[in-house]
Design a protein around this ligand. Structure first.
Ligand code: CO
Length: 349
């Protein structure tokens, strides 16, 4: 029998078409995100009175999303929250309400195609117990994993409370997708899109480093399924510099059992690097078994057609492409049977 590999995009976002007034629902003072509907198929994501990001219907409408997936040759998408809604700086009760509202709406967004749209939830990560409770509720309701921001204020991923949450994810076998957000701002970073182009890769780099040097990976079980967005940010490029520092200045940074490069097999990254030289470096450093297609659909800094960087990379073997386009994601998500069925149906038609 011919083995068919489903193509799985593990980095996409949704925004629902409207939600309850968050100031009224939470009692917390604004500005809160809301959706200004500009037409049937266009809307503006607003933060208070500020225009945050223009959106098209693919953000909320399953049929638009599925049509784009068909064009790109993507069988399955992991559909994650848009980080603006994380609300980690809010009171726990407010963040809990926001999480519940959006997590329930995510199920509605994905409901028309349960085999093709896989919802990831958000949690109030500022409060470990609340975050674990919301994760449990979501796993019962059909979410397959969780997307978390790469930090909670000044707390990095090695924070005791966040480690406890990650331990809970490992216990529940829930996949974790780490997305940069809440990037530092300054006049220098407000030009162009510097917070996205420089800030985001640096944020992701720091959060991986914090899990290593803060002893996170030494404490967490190896079966925790963890993936970082945007190719792991600048981390993979600089792993040699970090190893060198670990050996040269052990007084400052040899706080982990092993040097940083030792931990490269403890996490995955997505393929959203947009350049074959970068993808080649990623494969050399991380290994193809730790890279998964991630497009950042439907946002403007995403890859379209999703997956073409991998498909057109001549330096990859067929097996490596198969792994990166879907095989690794099937393991990451623990969804073997459903997507295989889907891919076989496609091959048969
Ligand atoms: Co993204």
């Amino acid at each position: 029998m011919r083995t068919v590999q489903a193509t799985i995009d593990i980095h996409t976002h949704y925004v629902p078409k409207g939600w309850p007034d968050l100031e009224r629902e939470t009692g917390g003072s604004g500005p809160w995100p809301w959706l200004r509907s500009d037409s049937e198929r266009e809307a503006m994501l607003m933060l208070g009175s500020t225009e945050y990001r223009p959106l098209r219907a693919a953000a909320w409408a399953a049929e638009e999303r599925l049509a784009a997936m068909d064009v790109d040759g993507v069988d399955v998408q992991v559909v994650s929250p848009t980080p603006l809604f994380f609300s980690y700086a809010r009171e726990t009760t407010e963040a809990m309400k926001v999480s519940r509202i959006f997590n329930d709406l995510a199920l509605e967004v994905c409901a028309p195609a349960p085999q093709r749209l896989i919802p990831f939830c958000q949690v109030p990560l500022q409060d470990t117990d609340a975050a674990c409770r919301e994760l449990d509720r979501c796993l019962e309701n059909g979410h397959v994993g969780v997307e978390i921001g790469n930090h909670v204020g000044d707390r990095d991923l090695d924070d005791e409370g966040i480690i406890a949450f990650l331990q809970h994810c490992a216990d529940r076998n829930a996949a974790v997708f780490v997305h940069p957000w809440d990037m530092p701002s300054s006049p220098r970073l407000e030009r162009w899109m510097a917070r996205w182009l420089v800030g985001m890769p640096g944020e992701t780099h720091l959060s991986i480093l914090s899990l290593i040097l803060g002893g996170g990976f030494d404490r967490l079980p190896p079966h925790l399924r963890l993936c970082f967005a945007h190719g792991g940010g600048s981390f993979p490029y600089w792993v040699g510099r970090m190893d060198n520092a670990w050996h040269q200045r052990p007084d400052l940074i040899a706080t982990s059992e092993f040097p940083p490069s030792h931990y490269l097999n403890r996490f995955s990254v997505d393929s959203a690097v947009f350049n074959h030289a970068s993808l080649r470096l990623l494969v050399d450093v991380m290994g193809s078994e730790h890279i998964m297609l991630g497009s950042d659909f439907p946002y403007p800094l995403g890859e379209r057609p999703a997956g073409n960087l991998i498909r057109q990379a001549e330096f990859l073997t067929n097996e490596q492409q198969r792994q990166m386009l879907g095989g690794n994601a099937q393991q990451f998500l623990g969804i073997d049977s459903g997507v295989t069925m889907l891919a076989e149906k496609k091959a048969a038609s």
